[in-house]
Design a protein around this ligand. Structure first.
Ligand SMILES: O=C(O)c1cc(=O)[nH]c(=O)n1[C@@H]1O[C@H](COP(=O)(O)O)[C@@H](O)[C@H]1O
Length: 279
């Protein structure tokens, strides 16, 4: 593994970080409305100030931070430069970064996305990236191979938190197996070669209806806070306490800014609520 940040497999790094700092994954989602609420200009400079405040508040307190790429991309190359610096500073400080880019394409193009988000030479390179399997789970293979080689991970969308996701993800593919369940099964099978390489995204906003018993990798569970899920819902929705669950909250915490102290306190509060709900 050539990454100067680590020489361990992703699963080992993730499990060690969660052991130290809890399961919460805090999102950096710089919505224009949040920039305004923080009295920042809605431009790349405001974006940079927003990201710097988040970094200061979250480093050392939470295990995993998930920048939502869309809110950086909205400012073009200037936004990407801010994202590069944000990813780099977080990783240098020992915070794991999941880039929420939700990439997915035919295999040959997927290889290029994989280099951007997981390659050793990219300024956007993160510890893990979110990907969409809806061009076929097999099309993700270039990203899976690169992640394995680099000691990084992937989070594959299975059952998303939004209400619109159910129609497609809940549809039957064969013999009563839903599209989302087929993603879960493919992820479990791929993890037989390297455990924890493939994580799943399963929303925390409602019952997912999935059989997760054969899946032992990490599960990113967005929906805490702004989308209505609470820490207490987590134990009902994910009753198997052996699962490595990473609940995500973005706006629910970010709305407590721009004070670094208040933002940090909000993250710590949700982190601790999650830990006591799941322990
Ligand atoms: O992949 C994700 O992180 C994701 C998957 C999903 O099913 N639902 C979901 O909300 N997300 C992301 O998680 C974050 C949730 O943000 P809040 O609703 O503000 O907490 C956003 O960045 C979403 O894009």
């Amino acid at each position: 593994m050539t990454d100067r940040h680590h020489d361990q497999a992703w699963g080992a790094r993730l499990r060690a970080a969660v052991e130290h700092r809890g399961r919460l994954c805090v999102g950096i989602d710089p919505h224009p409305g949040l920039l305004e609420a923080w009295n920042l200009p809605v431009d790349a400079e405001g974006l940079e100030a927003f990201a710097e405040i988040c970094v200061e508040a979250f480093v050392g307190e939470v295990a995993v931070v998930k920048p939502q790429v869309a809110f950086f991309e909205a400012y073009g190359s200037a936004g990407y430069a801010v994202l590069e610096r944000t990813i780099c500073v977080l990783r240098e400080a020992g915070t794991l970064v999941v880039a929420d880019a939700k990439r997915g394409d035919i295999g040959s193009t997927m290889a290029a996305y994989a280099q951007s988000w997981l390659g050793p030479d990219s300024a956007l390179s993160s510890d893990a990236v979110t990907v969409s399997p809806y061009l076929g789970f097999g099309a993700l293979e270039p990203a899976l191979s690169l992640a394995a080689e680099q000691g990084r991970g992937l989070f594959v969308l299975a059952r998303t938190s939004n209400p619109e996701g159910g129609e497609l993800q809940g549809a039957d593919v064969a013999g009563g197996v839903s599209v989302a369940q087929s993603v879960v099964n493919a992820a479990a099978e791929r993890n037989a070669a390297e455990s924890d390489l493939v994580g799943l995204v399963v929303g925390a906003t409602r019952g997912h209806g999935l059989n997760l018993s054969d899946f032992s990798g990490p599960i990113l569970a967005p929906g805490l806070g702004a989308q209505g899920a609470t820490a207490r819902d987590l134990a009902d929705i994910f009753p198997d306490s052996r699962k490595l669950l990473l609940p995500n909250s973005s706006r629910g915490i970010l709305r407590e800014g721009p004070s670094v102290t208040a933002l940090r306190a909000a993250a710590v509060k949700v982190r601790d609520e999650v830990e006591s709900a799941l322990s």
